[in-house]
Design a protein around this ligand. Structure first.
Ligand SMILES: [Zn+2]
Length: 98
């Protein structure tokens, strides 16, 4: 049980946790008369894409002390999320790995 505002690693009890968020995107560039991409004229500029689609996303909390990863998913990071809820997510990910 945790009765304070700390979030600790269930394996080593360190408070040295980071949320990692990996996302993969596919950028599309229409082939036209000049450089690929309707918005590109002379060269292919990666940020001048015609469409972007998110292909996948992965979140996990990683303990910077022992290296254990805890898969989590937060879709709305609002004021309503408490350290207690984060601790519960870490604890349940830990239990699922046992
Ligand atoms: Zn740890």
């Amino acid at each position: 049980m945790h009765h304070n505002n700390r979030v600790v690693c269930p394996v080593c009890n360190a408070e040295n946790l980071e949320l990692k968020y990996q996302a993969a995107y596919e950028y599309s560039y229409k082939i036209d008369a000049n450089a690929p991409g309707v918005h590109n004229t002379k060269e292919l500029l990666p940020y001048m894409y015609d469409s972007r689609e998110q292909m996948g996303a992965k979140q996990y909390i990683e303990c910077q002390s022992c290296g254990t990863n805890y898969p989590v998913y937060f879709d709305k990071w609002t004021k309503g999320i408490t350290s207690h809820m984060i601790q519960e997510a870490v604890d349940s990910a830990y239990m699922a790995q046992q």
